[in-house]
Design a protein around this ligand. Structure first.
Ligand code: DGL
Length: 278
């Protein structure tokens, strides 16, 4: 069984892609609704909360946990892997949505020797839309520039967007906010356009069309759920010991109020997602 963690139900956009790509695997999803949203929390809070939820998923039997939350991946992933995992849960793995995105943008595998001779690609500009905390962490620009210094990364925080999407705000209001954010990003480029943008938050795939409409024609919008699913499927082919196909079951757990979350979650998952409180 594969553990999937998110601050709330946004990670269901990722789980949906994982399930489509690996329909015979079993998944255990945990949303930390009691403490969501993470986007404005301090890095230390995000680290501790992520650690607690990952431990819970391991204790329930997962050998591999995917952090579907960008904020948790950007703030906590490296620290968990480097300072906690081997001591607390030897032989288990924590992966995050940050990694497949950085690999897709740079073309460099995560574990590659960063100092290895690599012919620089053509200069490119990539835009990143994310929560304030993901932007402040600097994780995406840092990891991308280590691997592909020729890639210029421009970030734009979208502080209102999670709340608008969660609240099912009128489409015109969502579009206005997205226009402000895309204008902000394009303004940083002095009127130029990036080659591609990444929607670096679990919620943004639900409004991807509004981003596409607001950006200049020809700007590629990278799909994080699809890239994560492809990357995880490839990882499990190389490391089948972390999860073998099962019967395609999915269980949804929350630290919040299950009855309130279940209807909201269905919008993110695209089909019924019945939550139980842990
Ligand atoms: N899951 C978060 C992310 O992908 C968005 C919601 C939150 O702020 O908790 O960054």
């Amino acid at each position: 069984m594969i553990g999937v963690f998110d601050s709330g139900h946004g990670g269901l956009t990722v789980l949906r892609a994982l399930q489509d790509a690996m329909p015979t695997h079993d998944f255990l999803y945990l949303g930390d609704h009691h403490f969501a949203p993470y986007g404005d929390r301090t890095p230390e809070e995000i680290y501790q909360l992520t650690l607690d939820s990952v431990s819970r998923l391991f204790d329930q039997g997962a050998r591999l946990v995917v952090l579907a939350c960008n904020t948790a991946s950007a703030v906590a992933l490296r620290r968990l892997q480097q300072t906690w995992l081997d001591g607390a849960y030897p032989g288990r793995r924590v992966l995050g949505v940050l990694v497949p995105m950085v690999e897709a943008i740079t073309g460099v595998p995560w574990m590659a020797d960063l100092a290895a001779d690599r012919p620089a690609g053509p200069p490119r500009t990539i835009g990143i839309f994310a929560t304030s905390r993901t932007v402040d962490s600097g994780a995406y620009p840092r990891e991308i520039s280590h691997r592909a210094p020729e890639v210029r990364v421009v970030q734009q925080a979208c502080p209102e967007l999670v709340r608008l999407i969660e609240g099912d705000a009128p489409p015109a209001q969502v579009r206005d906010a997205i226009h402000r954010y895309t204008d902000g990003l394009l303004g940083q480029l002095g009127g130029g356009a990036p080659q591609a943008v990444m929607l670096g938050c679990t919620h943004y795939p639900l409004v991807a069309d509004a981003f596409i409409e607001a950006l200049p024609q020809g700007v590629e919008v990278l799909s994080q759920p699809d890239l994560t699913a492809r990357s995880l499927a490839a990882y499990l082919q190389r490391h089948p010991e972390f999860d073998r196909p099962g019967s395609g079951q999915v269980q949804f757990l929350t630290t919040g109020e299950a009855a309130r979350i279940t209807p909201l979650a269905t919008r993110f998952f695209g089909k019924p997602a019945r939550f139980e409180r842990v």
